[in-house]
Design a protein around this ligand. Structure first.
Ligand code: SIN
Length: 532
């Protein structure tokens, strides 16, 4: 049996995974597994940028205040303080690794241009025009490539954690993680990757929903795998819907950044009415939960399939200079945003909950750390402030490296012997189209019943249906030869059920969770996390 051993196993190649791997490589050997090509991560699609308190009139305190307000009472102040205060030095590190951000209009390199997004009191989004994620991802990949000690394995999908409880066949408290079983997606073989410390940086779960801004990889693998292994997960009802994804039959997942509204663009109904000032004093730059719900309400009220994003307040020159990627992509779909509004709809964008971690990035399983969207650190609370996610990934990657260093420091940790992956000799599936049907059903169910506006009845229906779907999928899982599609299907179905259960638990409406049967905030009973 082949066993891959290293000091550290990193799952995921977005900003958190790559940054952590680069730093961990100074402490020991690193295997980094990523299920597609190395550059395919949610980071790569991030248009907005990184929120950092750098501008005149800004301060860590003000950024903390905006984050806490947007989090609607559920952000953990100590985490917010930590992340926001580490923003400026972490940004400098990123610049030191070769990431270049757009300079301000003076262009003398002295200051960075700062964009504005919803929920922020001032301009504070550091960006690389409108393709920040791509700029970060390519610089970090370049750095990781030139760093010895990191083995990046593409097309490798983590299936389940390697745990003492499984290895020893009895309950272990606390359990200890020693890596993961990982599938080579091309050959379909499954190999144990054994490590002293495992870092989950596997991103989010937007694909649980039919419409999402996320790339195909976002199937909640890390959350599902950690939960199956006994990790606590929290606040999964807080799914952030981005208000402005391009509405076009061929435009799969294309986001139009909130930064566009930051430069003056306005949301309008198909009748031309600008509606956001009816919903929030900050109008088009209200926090994202308010904007997504307002768009949903206007579409339902009028029976329209989308609303319009009117960019006419922004000059053509500014659009060309600041939003070249959005301009080009919309043109490919026949929409010239310098001359006409873009049709937009909300879509699932970001998972604010995830695997519960502490201030050191630790889960409740020894040896298992988490960073980035997979984690529920307490920064976002009930709603994420725009562009705080890359910042969180940056800071918690750094924190996790420190923790990993502490775990291995001054000790000789011997890696345990592990069993090969179960081989029940499952036969090949006769009709893979059955998986496709279930994929579609899970995602449609989540969209129709567990979307922006929820009710007890809808959640009850969703819970019953997802249970049946999960039973069916579990049967496939044990009966047939494993394929990447089946593994991901099992994961989205589990994460879907966890979202529904969390949403049913919360008997109030707060931030991103809105239930018409309990529409008010209940601070007495519910100013707390939902933990599963
Ligand atoms: C955007 O550019 O609108 C997305 C930024 C974010 O999700 O933080």
């Amino acid at each position: 049996m082949t066993v891959r051993k290293s000091d550290f196993l990193v799952v995921g190649s977005g900003i958190a995974g790559l940054l952590a791997a680069i730093k961990l490589s100074e402490l020991g050997t690193v295997n980094l597994v990523t299920k597609k090509e190395r550059g395919e991560s949610s980071t790569n699609y991030a248009q907005g940028g990184i929120a950092v308190a750098l501008g005149e009139g800004d301060s860590v305190d003000l950024h903390v205040k905006d984050t806490l307000e947007t989090g609607c009472g559920l952000s953990r102040p100590e985490v917010v303080e930590l992340v926001i205060s580490k923003g400026p030095p972490c940004l400098q590190q990123l610049i030191g690794m070769g990431v270049s951000f757009s300079p301000d209009e003076a262009g003398d390199g002295g200051r960075l241009d700062l964009g504005k997004e919803g929920g922020h009191s001032v301009r504070r989004i550091v960006h690389t025009r409108d393709h920040t994620g791509r700029a970060i991802e390519s610089a970090l990949l370049e750095k990781a490539r030139s760093t010895g000690n990191i083995d990046i394995l593409e097309n490798h999908l983590a299936v389940d954690l390697l745990l003492d409880s499984k290895r020893l066949g009895r309950p272990v408290k606390p359990d200890r993680c020693w890596g993961a079983y990982v599938m080579d997606v091309v050959g379909h073989s499954i190999t144990p990757f054994v490590a002293k410390v495992t870092l989950l940086a596997s991103g989010g779960a937007g694909k649980v929903y039919l419409y999402t801004s996320n790339p195909d990889i976002a199937t909640g693998d890390g959350i599902a795998m950690a939960f199956r292994g006994g990790a606590r997960v929290s606040n999964l009802e807080f799914v952030q819907f981005h208000p402005t994804c391009l509405y076009h039959p061929r435009a799969k997942s294309f986001l139009i950044s909130e930064a566009v509204r930051g430069e003056g663009a306005v949301l309008r109904t198909l009748a031309g009415e600008a509606f956001m000032s009816k919903y929030h004093p900050r109008g088009d730059l209200a926090p994202r939960d308010t904007v997504a719900r307002a768009v949903d309400t206007e579409m339902k009220r009028r029976g329209d399939k989308h609303v319009l994003l009117d960019l006419s307040p922004i000059s053509e020159a500014k659009i060309k200079e600041r939003f070249p990627h959005i301009l080009k992509t919309c043109l490919e779909y026949g929409i010239d945003i310098t001359r006409e509004p873009a049709p937009v709809v909300p879509a699932a964008h970001y998972m604010c909950g995830g695997v519960v971690t502490d201030l050191k990035g630790r889960s409740n399983i020894d040896g298992l750390l988490c960073a980035g969207e997979v984690a529920s650190t307490g920064l976002h609370g009930a709603n994420r402030l725009a562009s705080n996610s890359l910042l969180e990934a940056l800071v918690f990657a750094d924190v996790a490296v420190g923790t990993a260093g502490e775990i291995i420091a001054g000790k000789t940790i011997s890696l345990p012997g592990v069993e090969p992956w179960r081989d029940e000799g499952g036969g090949p599936v006769r009709e893979t189209v059955l998986f496709d049907h279930d994929w579609d059903q899970v995602r449609r169910l989540m969209w129709d019943y567990v979307g922006i506006v929820r009710s007890d009845q809808r959640l009850g229906i969703a819970r019953r249906r997802i249970r049946l779907l999960r039973e069916q999928i579990e049967e496939y899982y044990w009966k047939y030869e494993l394929t990447p599609d089946l593994i991901e299907l099992r994961n989205i179905a589990l994460v879907g059920e966890l979202i529904i259960r969390s949403a049913q638990m919360r008997r109030e409406s707060r931030g991103l969770h809105y239930n018409t049967d309990c529409p008010d905030v209940d601070d007495v009973n519910w100013k707390r996390d939902t933990v599963l």
